[in-house]
Design a protein around this ligand. Structure first.
Ligand SMILES: Cc1cc2nc3c(=O)[nH]c(=O)nc-3n(C[C@H](O)[C@H](O)[C@H](O)COP(=O)(O)OP(=O)(O)OC[C@H]3O[C@@H](n4cnc5c(N)ncnc54)[C@H](O)[C@@H]3O)c2cc1C
Ligand code: SF4
Length: 569
């Protein structure tokens, strides 16, 4: 009989840290390529459909009609700022007290610690980057040049889009390359009016329907995943029973499991990566069992770090050895620096008096989108880069709630249309990565798993303030010229982090002196470690980032497996 030693039993071809958006893709791609893969997830198990407790609940079944209580808001001053932290989805969010961190400057760190990570909660907006985005740092002289071009990533965008299912319209814009789209959602009539007016008034500005990860017309590959048509319920944050939107739980993780090559271990907090000085590579990870607090080691040839941007930084900073006293692969001293995010501070609201013979009804889990138009081909404003924006216009109804008994019943059953269309836009600005925006480890304080507490020292700068001002001016002008009334603007001054698009700290670049990862998301100095989530992003552009993390992950796995087969890893 062939007995395996305990260490052999804990040895895999690959380890993936984190089971969310990026980790799910790493798992799927590795398992499909025949690699025995261990997926380590710090949070609890969440199985598609089995663990969506609120998904089929009606509004009246929620004790607080979907709202949070005053106590919950007071106990969660950070998480409760997120619009999706509500009665129906709060169980998918990290509560403030559970996993403390230090805000050297105000930073709202929104997290989802469970199998599937934040892929259960996301708003599913998915746009490709263009070459204009990858050119940003080199053209405008910040960060380091990207070591990869759009054309190198484009086939991997296609690969991800076909499997995930992305709905969108082929708009033919330089700034926002088209993808492998399922049929688009429709703009409402007032959104179409704005689209037409913006096109007439500004040649370089475009209003389009958002591109989003919803199955508007499922294909064979989606049915094979057990997913079906999105019905527009707009309750996605609860987990969708039909798999109508893409999440790791509904799509990549079950697919990886089907290969028989995945071992998924929830409740496993990765503490650090083990570096072998003699072999000059990483050989495994230390894991703290979330319940027993016992530390166990697991081993693999290749390690994918996909714990979401700041946690990936934390794990690498905590992976110290004689060779790397300041964190794994950190010869440059830049690990944890150049953290960037998206500037979501400003918004505009407006009213439109026409189209009163039309209304909106039902759910559309999507909105309009206005791709970046500032500084696209050359520098033309007093700030660097630019912003994209969302756009929504709807006409709802209301019921008169006065009265009692029969008269109240009649009012409720006969809602009246609003006499106005309400419209609005919010900015999604690029921020400039800076060395001073960084995360570090507390030298003394540790959490219950023995991990140092993370310090977050990230702030806006003058460029961000100027961009907010410009968004307000430009969008006020656009809405005014398009005939909207009662236009109001708002700068929430919300802290960085609430955009939930934190990036950087382990950036890609050609030069090991100024970056941590090469063009394959592979650590310059530890060749068998790959970081493919937001931590790897050299700059942020304006697009919602997850599609790009997924494409980078699939591309990096392809490279890693080829290198493994050549015996290079
Ligand atoms: C309300 C909301 C709306 C959003 N809307 C959009 C959108 O429209 N478009 C878009 O592109 N993005 C959106 N996002 C952001 C999107 O969710 C993230 O970009 C994406 O989930 C990041 O993927 P990830 O794999 O890096 O992290 P996650 O999906 O968060 O997964 C990371 C996983 O790693 C686990 N983990 C962390 N530390 C450890 C450890 N030490 N050991 C083991 N496991 C660990 C976590 O528990 C988690 O499961 C939104 C997010 C939220 C919350
Ligand atoms: S909108 Fe679509 S994806 Fe979201 S919950 Fe409804 S059916 Fe599911």
């Amino acid at each position: 009989m062939n007995y395996l030693s305990n260490a052999e039993k804990r040895t895999y071809g690959a380890i993936v840290i984190g089971s969310g958006m990026a980790g799910g893709w790493a798992a799927k791609e590795l398992c499909e390529k025949g690699i025995k893969t261990l997926v380590l997830e710090r949070g609890r198990k969440v199985t598609h459909n089995e663990d969506y407790p609120t998904t089929l609940m009606s509004p009246w079944e929620f004790p607080h009609r979907g709202r949070l209580t005053e106590e919950e808001i007071a106990a969660n001053p950070i998480a409760s700022k997120c619009y999706a932290f509500r009665e129906d989805a709060k169980h998918f969010f990290v509560k403030d007290k559970e996993h403390p961190y230090v805000q050297d400057k105000p930073f709202d760190w929104i997290r989802g610690y469970q199998v599937g990570g934040k892929s259960l909660l996301w708003a599913r907006q998915t746009q490709r980057w263009s070459q204009l985005d990858f050119d940003g740092p080199a053209r405008d002289g910040f960060a380091v040049p990207w070591p990869i071009t759009y054309n190198e990533l484009a086939p991997w965008y296609s690969h991800v889009e076909k499997f995930a299912g992305i709905s969108g319209n082929k708009d033919g814009l330089d700034s926002l390359p088209d993808g492998e789209f399922l049929p688009p959602h429709e703009l409402t009539c007032v959104e179409k009016h704005f689209q037409k007016e913006v096109k007439r008034l500004y040649q370089d500005r475009h209003v389009i329907i958002g591109r989003c990860a919803h199955l508007t017309q499922p294909q064979d590959i989606h049915y094979q995943q057990g997913r079906a048509q999105c019905l527009g319920r707009n309750l996605c944050q609860r987990g969708c029973p039909y798999g109508g939107y893409f999440s790791a739980n509904a799509s990549t993780l079950p697919w990886a499991a089907k290969t028989g090559n995945m071992t998924l271990r929830p409740d496993s907090v990765v503490h650090s990566i083990i570096y072998d000085e003699k072999k000059q590579k990483a050989v495994g990870v230390r894991v703290v069992d979330a319940h027993t607090k016992e530390m166990v080691e697991y081993y693999a040839k290749v390690i994918f770090v996909t714990a979401a941007a700041l946690n990936s930084n934390l794990i690498l900073l905590n992976s110290t050895s004689h060779r790397f006293p300041n964190g794994l692969g950190n010869d440059s001293g830049l690990l944890g620096t150049h953290i960037a995010f998206h500037n979501y501070r400003a918004s505009i609201s407006a009213e439109y008096e026409g189209y009163l013979d039309y209304k909106t009804e039902g759910g559309r889990p999507n909105s309009g989108y206005i791709p970046r138009f500032r500084n696209l081909y050359k520098q033309e404003t007093n700030f660097l880069r630019g912003y994209a924006a969302g756009m929504n216009a709807g006409r709802g109804s209301y019921s008169d709630r006065e009265g009692l008994g029969e008269s109240l019943k009649i009012s409720l059953l006969n809602p009246k249309m609003n006499q106005m269309w309400y419209a609005g836009s919010h900015m999604m600005g690029e921020t400039i990565p800076k060395q001073s925006n960084r995360v570090t480890l507390d030298q003394l304080k540790k959490d219950e798993y023995g991990m140092p507490i993370l310090h977050v020292d990230v702030a806006y700068d003058d460029n961000d303030d100027k961009m907010v001002q410009d968004f307000i001016e430009q969008f006020t002008e656009m809405y005014t010229k398009a005939g909207f009334k009662n236009i109001r603007h708002r700068d929430t001054k919300q802290a960085p982090g609430l955009d939930i698009h934190e990036m950087g700290g382990v950036r890609m670049g050609a030069d090991p002196k100024t970056s941590l990862l090469n063009k394959w998301n592979q650590m310059h100095h530890v060749k068998n470690v790959f970081v493919t989530d937001g931590a790897s992003m050299t700059s942020t552009s304006t697009q919602n980032p997850s599609l790009t993390y997924m494409a980078f992950t699939a591309r990096a796995v392809d490279y890693a497996v080829k290198e493994m087969k050549k015996g290079n890893l």
